[in-house]
Design a protein around this ligand. Sequence first.
Ligand code: FAD
Length: 327
Amino acid sequence: MIMVLCQQEDGELHKVGLELLGKARELAQDLETQVTAVIPGVDISHLAPILIQHGADRVILVRHKELKNYTVEKYTEAFCQIIEKEKPEILLLGATQLGREIGPSLAARLKTGLTADCTQLEIDKETKLLLMTRPAFGGNLMATIICPNNRPQMATVRPGVFPLKNADVNRKGEIIEFIPNLEGKEFKITIEEIVKKVRKGTDITETKIIVAGGRGIGSKEGFEQLKELADLLGGEVAGSRAAVDNGWIEKDRQVGQTGKVVRPKLYIAVGISGAIQHLAGMQESEYIIAINKDPEAPIMKIADLAIVGDWKQIIGRLIQKLRQEEK
Ligand code: FAD
């Protein structure tokens, strides 16, 4: 069986779990096995049909009042109990903040291996092992990793790497409740208070249009201009790691291997060279426009439309034109 550990917050599913269920379905076909979605929390019953519609054959609601808010110790304990009971062959998690913390914690407890941030998952036709592919050596090569001797074979995948498939409202599945035993256990972490950060703008993985800037933009003020263009187009502004490192844009807007994976309808890369680590986060975009003064920059080779020139002039004219059309 393939198990997908899903995540919810305030009763809302994180979409990476649904993306992973779509992938798990494909893998399950090759293995002729079932897909089980596991979701922890308290008020979670309404999420089960959504998980089934996206590919789960079974949904296990791991319900306990202690799981209302996430803490690594309680979630690890609860997940370990269900994994030890169900003994999945493969265990998939989203590489969200929660997944990045709980993945290694579970792997250590279960004494198995974990391949983090996979970009591809396949079943080896002969051995039936999970082939887990991810960038290695700073993204300069792709390594395919197997876990032949221990179970489950564990992988994390970042949000946006696998496409979100359409829900099949006719799918049927089984819903099971599991109450973990968390009584009498010593947990070191207690939550005193939850303070929510107010996000400015939309999450860049959710938006259809992205205007991304790189080192070539040269300043924070330059990013104001990109923001103006993004606003006119109804999109969001993002950046390369160089732009983030320079403090021109927030870290949660970084695109790439160590940032977010995006696949918008339109990605406008401005003053970005197109290093492999950046491409890893945006090359699945539907239409790519690159603006760069260097025609040989790698981004120009993958762009659908490559515009050679100084970004200030090109973006300036574009903003002017869009403003005229607005009138
Ligand atoms: P540069 O490579 O310096 O490119 C700037 C570009 O701007 C050039 O092509 C130049 O021709 C152009 N330019 C300059 N002036 C103008 C102008 N006036 N008009 C038009 N064009 C102009 N990078 C990421 O982006 N995301 C990641 O998640 C990421 N993760 C990494 C993880 C690891 C392990 C490592 C080793 C690196 C990672 N990097 C990542 C860094 C990556 O290797 C590059 O260094 C980075 O992407 C470069 O950013 P850039 O394209 O903005 O800058």
